[in-house]
Ligand binder design. Structure first.
Ligand SMILES: [Fe+2]
Length: 194
């Protein structure tokens, strides 16, 4: 069994024990493996040793991610002009399942994203509705029309379709399982002025 499949199974177990996750979207029943080419990014090599503190239910996903990291297709989406060089040095994500994921699903998109300490992920938006479920670290979220919230491992933050939002990481790295649902599942986030 590949480490990517072990990671999928670890994420599935987390999804199924969390009423917040299952209440947001059922685990997709159409996931199909596809052949991927491992694609490293700036954080891939160091991911195995980075200090990622999770909770009892998120720790198995962190462990599986550390093992699978070299096999995965890491993406960054943004350019240096969008977010700056320091952001790109300590940021990366994978699409575990979804329209273009390691495992295809047309029903739900599931990412795992990593952001280094003291980063601001500036205002952005996307058509799909979104849930950030914290795996490790803490982050503060701002969203247009909503109160600022700090989330810890096991805690979630939802964004509506096209709702501008911003995230700030604190003194530890931040790792999240991110779900997209609804219209715009195949889209990408865009930087916006709130
Ligand atoms: Fe988002």
């Amino acid at each position: 069994m590949s480490e990517a499949i072990r990671l999928l199974h670890a994420v599935q177990r987390l999804h199924l024990v969390s009423s917040e996750l299952t209440g947001y979207a059922p685990w997709p029943d159409d996931v199909q493996a596809r052949k991927i080419r491992p694609t490293p990014c700036s954080i891939t090599r160091s991911l195995g040793s980075l200090p990622l503190r999770g909770s009892r239910i998120t720790a198995p996903v962190i462990k599986a991610l550390r093992r699978a990291a070299p096999e995965l297709e890491w993406r960054q989406t943004y350019s240096k002009e969008d977010v700056g060089a320091r952001f790109l040095d300590t940021y990366g994500y994978i699409e575990l399942f979804g329209p273009t994921g390691h495992f295809r699903s047309a029903k739900l998109r599931g990412y795992i994203g990593y952001w280094g300490p003291d980063l601001t992920y500036d205002w952005h938006a996307h058509e799909a509705e979104e849930l950030y479920f914290t795996l490790a670290g803490c982050a503060v979220f701002s969203a247009k029309g909503a109160t600022n919230v700090m989330v810890r491992p096991g805690e979630a933050r939802a964004h509506e379709s096209d709702q501008p939002h911003l995230m700030i990481t604190l003194d530890q790295p931040y790792l999240a399982y991110v779900l997209w649902r609804g219209n715009g599942l195949e889209g990408l986030p865009r930087m916006v002025t709130p």
